[in-house]
Write a protein that binds this ligand. Sequence first.
Ligand code: NOJ
Length: 563
Amino acid sequence: MNKHWWKESVVYQIYPRSFVDSDGDGIGDIQGILSKLDYLKDLGIDVVWLSPVYTSPNDDNGYDISDYQDIMAEFGTMQDWEQLLAEMHKRGIRLVMDLVVNHTSDEHAWFAESRKSKDNPYRDYYIWRPGLDGKAPTDWRASFGGSAWEYDEATGEYFLHMFSKKQPDLNWENSALRQEIYNMMRFWLDKGIDGFRMDVINMISKKEFLAPYEDFMNGKAENNGYEPNGERVHDFLQEMNREVLSHYDIMTVGECPGVTPEQAQLYTDEDRHELNMIFQFEHMSLDKQKGLRKWDVKPLYLPDLKANLSKWQKQLHNKGWNSLYWNNHDQPRIVSRFGNDREYRVESAKMLATVLHMMQGTPYIYQGEEIGMTNVRYKTIEEYKDIETLNMYKERVFEQKRDPGEVMESIYAKSRDNARTPMQWDNSRHAGFTAGEPWIQVNPNYTDINVAQALKEPDSIFYYYKKLIELRRQYEIIIYGSYELILENHESIFAYIRTMGNQKLLVIANFYQAEAVFTLPKDISFISKELLIGNYHVEEEEIKQFTLRSYESRVYKLDCTVQ
Ligand code: NOJ
């Protein structure tokens, strides 16, 4: 297996709006991030992935970009950003920028031109279609609710938007558009950034699903359902790689909803020259009812999670590379989701971190995860800010007349705002996030859960994450070892083995509050063992069989004779 720095790194994601506000306007900013770089250095991460900081009307908090080559005024200036890059590099931290090129904002200059007339040079930068019998060209639904098509008066046609109607989709079939994007990427790369996280990059090719209008009219084509991973996506990524990515020493991670491991191999196999790794979402849908939306939750069944993550571990081993994550700005907090955010918050947060960080792949830590931040329960819908959450509430409560109490429960479980509450720095007003009024309220538990507190306690979640990162530096087996699930059918223990040469790592985790008895499979023998990390004090020496306490996890290094 080829060795690369991005396989050996730990990434920390910053959602700038909610990280630190330096100027009291209630919105996080770049100078705020600068003030916390030493904190990140102390945690030990190698790379920062910065969610979008480009100019944006903020319909979707920066994922709707109106100028790719400028910084959002609320966040600061280009000079601030350059200072950020320089200060990160000074500390040995790399910077990965968000690349949002499936769509722009409808306030982008290209779209302003495109909507003007059918013969405008920018018309074809976006996806325009005439209506079909007075209705939208296809019945595709937008991710944030409603039709994916918006009628535009000026030219009497519809444009496609897979997200909000202020996020029109770009037409990647247009080669001039692709060149503009590549130039924009070079602009940032030449400033010295270390890579891109590519927003919904597996959605950029959609032509084959958009049958020509005439085919609908003469009955040759039916409305195809929308599918990601369109037939040209790999051509586009290979072209991007050839023209741009391959000229720099960078890392790339593509956000790819709806991919299988087989498809992930196509994106990440090094010989194919596309991306280094992708974010897949299968494990994020295991607590959703089949066929329904993410809001329709069901309890996690642990063997499903074990089977799923293990499948990804096995199938990408030597054939691609995994990204490892529990959290990001779109997901609820993992300790509230798969852990216990009440009496076992600390134990379960550490346990979840252990299970993830000992796997093969590049781990991502989302801001606040390292101190065990939890989901929030705002009393009223008015306190929520996320467009997806608000649209869903409108649809279910006002259109479908569902019980508002039930809808609020699904928001408590799944809203993206769970991840977007301000970072909890200390127990002062607004958790030290801002001296003004925060754009979204802080989680009231900041008085107990905050960075200042975590730094004071040697047993805190923060120091546990720090140790996990150090172990990755110390033991190559964590990065390059093979993976084997053990106790496959056990309903409360997640355990696996990593192997490299005559070394093994034995990772054991009890996912629940009830105690669980661990029994080492008979075929695993070893000469000596060493406990590398655990979330409880461990006395007993015997590991052939022992009882795991509530949410207990341990990692042993086993030295074995080569078989
Ligand atoms: C995925 C991003 O992570 C999410 O926050 C955003 O709303 C959509 N893509 C659209 O850009």
